[in-house]
Design a protein around this ligand. Structure first.
Ligand SMILES: [Zn+2]
Length: 655
């Protein structure tokens, strides 16, 4: 019987004391289940797995609820309680990962008696235990634990040093000619001087609009010396401790350790992929740079190169002058309510689902909308069939408010389990309100995040929590979202929901064409830069530490010419490259997902972007299996062949 109620969101509508009590009770129940599991005599495989699955579900769901509410709950005390709960869960998770008795009990389960999904789940589970060092002697386990604790602290220091080191340059007011008037109004001159900082709201407009190359160069250099010299030692010790941990666990390098559980599987394959991307982007990046240089020559006759601090400035000039995209005109077609309706209508048609609004749902804020997703064919007039066709619940928390998370992201709330629990997931965004207009990039973000949301719901019907929902390889996670993000660039799809906010007219074809052409400019440089950053992230982790990180950055940039946007003599981009903490060696993952998404897109392009048959195949073969099989096998099932690099290359070549 499905436990359709109570819903997870209900908990976030209750007083904070209830939340804390639930967190405590969840931990107590998980601990009791583990004690019970370890005490079972041999020959109780089914019970061992059921108890471990229950603990996985309890810990995962409680963590998801705390993780979401900490970012969105309007009450400070509630958010604090979430952080406390998260810390307690994390401490117990670490304890579990090193619990030899638990590992031994799971190891004794007869894998041959399991179905393929159960066997895959157990294989992944035992591998995670070994990767945590559970099967090592006590001294090694203690060392692993202390290295992990140190790494958390070093990673935090690395990020903190970047955040805290805000630099600034003070320039003559006239040197900021070119900046928008609202920006200038917010930066009044003192004694004819204006100070600009390396924070994004200053940095980006100055790099894009300031006519003075001198100001841009000064600010570019300031930005690339953030956290210098503080992070020199921090980065060196981050790399050294990671290497120590990886080699202690039997891996050659940290890169080998961290790629093992990804689609890419090895550091060598990651390096090959990055090299392939380097070659693939060469021609397009060169063409982009030639266009930037040609534009620069109008200002500086005889110029022979585009300096790093000139990229964004000339890119914007080319976009405005050569492609003439009027972003003001464009946004008139994207009123929030129409866009939301468009996302829901298009995904309903594609995936064969129906969204039904829940009007009496309890959540954490009055802004939040709750919807149930049914298989199509469900009729509210015949609710008897409801349980069979109900796929899950989604919550949309879409507009900014004080104290709320500032970006756009999808959060899980309940990991579904077949015949036990329904999946529940949340979109958290910061879009304008109904009646107001979105930028086209917001529309893309909406589709992107909705791709994650549907993946979570469709995949949320696996038998075990450990393989249900988005429990797939990290380098596959962005595929469903990158793919769905292609719809707001398709003319036919755009026309289904883009209405002029005053006249109601559909978006003109000419504007769609302008949008597409403007989007295409700069793809070579941007993509090559992403591969360059991927190469830096890998290069820092696939060798013995003790090298000069600035030197490796410089060498890597030379391989990725003609782009040279991050390093110049005296700068230290690597010390401010915050993703080295979260991504470590695997910054390549986003490009990897893009390659697969571009390949999947060929099927939709061939059969029609609004064709339900293809999308349903994709839902059944790629999204619904979730983490129950390797992602590469799912993609092969859908495509009828292994995925390839060809569609990505064609996109780069402008075909
Ligand atoms: Zn994403």
């Amino acid at each position: 019987m499905l436990t359709a109620t109570p819903h997870a969101a209900d908990l976030l509508a209750k007083p904070v004391a209830d939340f804390t009590a639930t967190c405590d009770a969840t931990l107590a129940r998980a601990k009791a289940a583990i004690t019970e599991l370890k005490a079972l005599p041999a020959g109780n495989d089914a019970k061992v797995l059921a108890l471990y699955d229950e603990v996985t579900s309890l810990m995962g769901n409680m963590g998801a609820r705390a993780g979401l509410a900490k970012e969105v709950h309007p009450d400070d005390a509630f958010r604090e309680a979430c952080e406390t709960c998260e810390q307690q869960l994390e401490a117990y998770n670490v304890e579990l990962s090193l619990d030899r008795g638990l590992y031994d009990a799971l190891s004794k389960v007869d894998q041959k008696s399991l179905d393929p999904i159960g066997a895959f789940w157990l294989f992944k589970t035992l591998r995670e235990f070994r990767r945590a060092g559970v099967d090592r002697d006590e001294a090694t386990r203690a060392k692993v634990k202390s290295l992990n604790e140190e790494l958390v602290k070093i990673g935090q220091a690395f990020g903190r040093n970047i955040r805290d080191d805000v630099r600034s340059v003070t320039v003559d007011a006239h040197e900021l000619d070119g900046l928008p008037s609202d920006w200038l109004a917010a930066h009044p001159a003192k004694d004819g001087k204006i100070t600009v900082t390396t924070n994004t709201p200053d940095y980006l407009p100055v790099m894009i609009y300031a006519k003075s190359g001198n100001v841009r160069e000064q600010l570019w250099r300031a930005y690339r010396t953030r956290a210098f010299p503080q992070n020199v030692e921090v980065l060196n010790s981050l790399l050294a401790k990671r290497h120590e941990l990886a080699t202690l666990l039997g891996y050659e390098t940290w890169a080998a350790y961290v790629t093992e559980t990804k689609m890419v599987k090895s550091a060598k394959a990651a390096a090959d992929f990055i090299e392939r991307g380097r070659v693939a982007t060469e021609a397009r990046a060169k063409a982009d740079m030639d266009q930037l240089l040609a534009r620069k020559k109008k200002d500086v006759p005889g110029a022979t190169s585009v300096e790093p601090w000139e990229h964004q400035f000339y890119e914007d000039r080319v976009k405005a002058e050569s492609y003439g995209l009027d972003s003001q005109a464009l946004r008139s077609y994207f009123e929030y309510g129409n866009v939301k309706q468009g996302v829901m209508d298009i995904t309903a048609t594609l995936f064969g689902v129906r969204y039904v609004k829940v009007t009496d749902a309890k959540t954490w804020h009055a802004d939040v909308e709750t919807w149930e997703i049914f298989d199509e064919g469900f009729s509210p007039a015949a609710p008897a069939a409801k349980t069979a066709q109900l796929l899950g619940r989604i919550h949309l928390d879409m507009h900014p408010r004080e104290g709320k998370y500032k970006h756009a992201a999808q959060f899980g709330l309940t990991v579904g389990r077949a015949s036990k629990e329904l999946p529940e997931a949340v979109l958290v965004c910061n879009f304008p309100r109904p009646g107001e207009l979105l930028q086209h990039s917001d529309v893309e973000t909406f589709f992107h995040e909705f791709g994650h949301l549907l993946h979570e719901i469709f995949a949320g019907r696996q038998p075990w929590a450990g393989v249900s929902g988005i429990r797939t390889e990290w380098d596959f996670v962005e595929v469903p979202s990158m793919l769905l993000q292609e719809w707001p660039l398709d003319g036919a799809a755009l026309k289904t929901f883009s209405k002029h906010h005053l006249t109601g007219a559909a978006i003109p074809d000419a504007l769609v064409e302008q949008l597409k052409r403007a989007k295409e400019f700069g793809v070579g440089v941007d993509t090559r830069r992403q591969f360059f950053l991927s190469a830096v992230s890998l290069a820092f982790h696939d060798r013995k530490p003790g090298f000069d990180t600035a030197e490796v950055l410089k060498e890597t940039q030379e391989k990725f010419l003609p782009i040279r946007r991050e390093w110049s003599s005296g700068t230290h981009f690597e010390l401010g490259f915050g993703h080295l903490d979260g991504y470590s060696a695997i910054y390549y993952t986003y490009q990897w997902s893009t390659v697969i998404a571009k390949d999947l897109l060929t099927q939709f392009r061939a059969g029609g972007m609004l064709d339900g048959k293809i999308a349903t195949q994709y839902r059944k073969k790629v999204l619904e299996p979730g983490g129950s099989r390797e992602a590469g096998a799912l993609v092969q099932d859908f495509l009828g062949r292994p995925y390839s690099f060809d569609a990505f290359q064609q996109w780069l070549d402008g075909k």
